[in-house]
Design a protein around this ligand. Structure first.
Ligand code: MF3
Ligand code: CO
Ligand code: CO
Length: 255
């Protein structure tokens, strides 16, 4: 399977899908407070995506995933299933939104802090966001994916944190997960060279402790083996003729 270079028409549809995914994260932000359950966050996002956006929540029934968003709390790395858990002051949570509009996917996630959080929590959130920004800013035609992975890994490890290797960014379009795999670690000069019209996510998962992870018996929720905190941010990125465009960035907002 080759990497699909998007046409201008497809790229416009990806802009719309990306914008909608970003809007869900903005909409849900004021609800992320002590006492709310991750099920309630899921329900609010589900209803908004269906009713207001007239779009489809991509995770729902994706390979059997039972909910419309992923909610990963504290030492949960990714793919957390919303449930009865109520958020407590001090928790950190990644909310990962993927919507399908007109057949095309937009995928973005960010970290939220619940009440006052620890120094270590703030630090892992900051470092994982720096990793995403470092990766995004490198995107342009000709650069190799291994250059990006290397830079992300180097930043995380220079801060004595670690990069999860089992999960990666991905091409995205008509399919949720397309080629290429976008590793958040690697060696300069390796991997494919980027071309204008490619669209993929960058979504580094950074652990405060060791990089190793395991999957819970629910078969989805990924946690750190050493139960250290983990944080992740994700954007969907278009390779342009001279750089990048973040498709999941709202106008007037930062990356
Ligand atoms: N949104 C996740 C990603 O960034 C994938 C979630 S798959 C699901 O690739 F089934 F867990 F929803
Ligand atoms: Co993704
Ligand atoms: Co995602």
């Amino acid at each position: 399977m080759a990497i699909h270079i998007k046409t201008p028409e497809e790229t416009d549809k990806m802009r719309i899908a990306g914008h909608l995914a970003a809007e869900v994260l903005e909409m849900i932000a004021p609800y992320v407070k002590p006492g709310i359950t991750t099920n309630e966050l899921d329900q609010i996002c589900h209803d908004y995506i269906i009713t207001v956006q007239q779009a489809i929540p991509a995770p729902l029934n994706y390979h059997g995933f039972p909910k419309s968003i992923c909610t990963s709390v504290n030492h949960q790395v990714c793919h957390g299933i919303p449930g009865k858990r109520a958020l407590k002051p001090g928790d950190i949570i990644n909310i990962d939104i993927t919507v399908i509009k007109d057949g095309f996917h937009g995928d973005t996630s960010k970290m939220f802090m619940v009440g006052e959080t620890s120094v270590i929590a703030k630090r892992i959130i900051r470092i994982s966001h720096e990793c995403l920004r470092i990766g995004i800013k490198m995107v342009k035609p000709g650069i190799h994916l291994g250059d990006i992975g290397y830079a992300i890994q180097r930043h995380a490890e220079s801060c004595n944190t670690s990069i999860v290797r089992e999960y990666c960014g991905h091409g995205i379009g008509l399919e949720f997960h397309e080629e290429p795999q976008v590793l958040h670690y690697g060696k300069p000069g390796t991997g494919i060279a980027l071309e204008p019209g490619m669209i993929f996510t960058i979504e580094p998962m950074v652990n405060a402790g060791k990089r190793h992870v395991k999957v819970l018996p629910d078969q989805w929720t990924v946690i750190t083996k050493d139960r250290s905190l983990s944080a992740q941010w994700e954007h969907t990125i278009l390779v342009t003729d001279d750089g990048y465009e973040v498709l999941t960035q709202l106008p007037g907002h930062g990356i």
